[in-house]
Write a protein that binds this ligand. Structure first.
Ligand code: GDP
Length: 177
């Protein structure tokens, strides 16, 4: 099955993003506790495609050994997935991406993926600040095409349809959600 993977710092809102896209409440476990998801979670949707939830990174209280393990898990995943169509980076629109976000993003690009970025929690800032914050993200991640950064809100369901349009074409599936 074709699949799209999601990467992001822990607690960025990745689970909420996946749940909101799928209109579920608890398919992907959300929690206030960062650093919880340690394995890759696969969600098979309608026997048609997969969403892949990569373990969140950047949790401060994680040992070097665990960080190395994280890298191994992801690398192993990447080299074995033939049907991986995109890896989408999730960031928090309120904050400048971290250096780990940058590493992750450069890594995604180096594997030949487009480099879509979901800037989530957009409901937490005023609309007047959207462009300003998107520009900060764009500069930090060195993104040429600003359209690659998509403002999003899981709680207010902002841009759910827009992102689905992109995903259905990436996955090569019919839209019926
Ligand atoms: P994950 O660790 O990246 O999977 O993050 P979660 O999805 O568990 O979200 C972390 C916290 O951010 C939770 O308290 C969520 O309720 C909150 N959150 C996630 N997405 C949004 C959003 O779009 N808007 C707002 N206001 N809060 C969000």
């Amino acid at each position: 099955l074709p699949e799209i993977a999601f990467a992001g710092r822990s607690n960025v809102g990745k689970s909420s993003f996946i749940n909101s896209m799928l209109n579920r409440n608890n398919l992907a476990r959300t929690s206030g506790k960062p650093g919880k998801t340690r394995t890759i979670n696969f969600y098979i949707i309608n026997d048609e495609f997969r969403f892949v939830d990569l373990p969140g990174y950047g949790y401060a209280q994680v040992s070097k050994a665990e960080k190395d393990k994280w890298g191994k898990i992801i690398e192993e995943y990447l080299i074995t997935r033939k049907n991986l169509k995109e890896i989408v980076l999730i960031v928090d629109i309120r904050h400048e991406p971290t250096s780990q976000d940058l590493i992750m993003y450069q890594w995604i690009r180096s594997y030949g993926f487009t480099g879509y970025v979901i800037a989530t929690k957009v409901d937490k800032i005023s609309k007047a600040n959207w462009q300003k914050n998107i520009k900060i993200i764009r500069n930090k991640l060195d993104i040429k095409d600003t359209n690659l950064i998509i403002p999003y809100s899981a709680s207010k369901k902002i841009n759910v349809e827009y992102v689905w349009d992109g995903f259905t074409s990436i996955l090569g599936i019919e839209k019926d959600q």
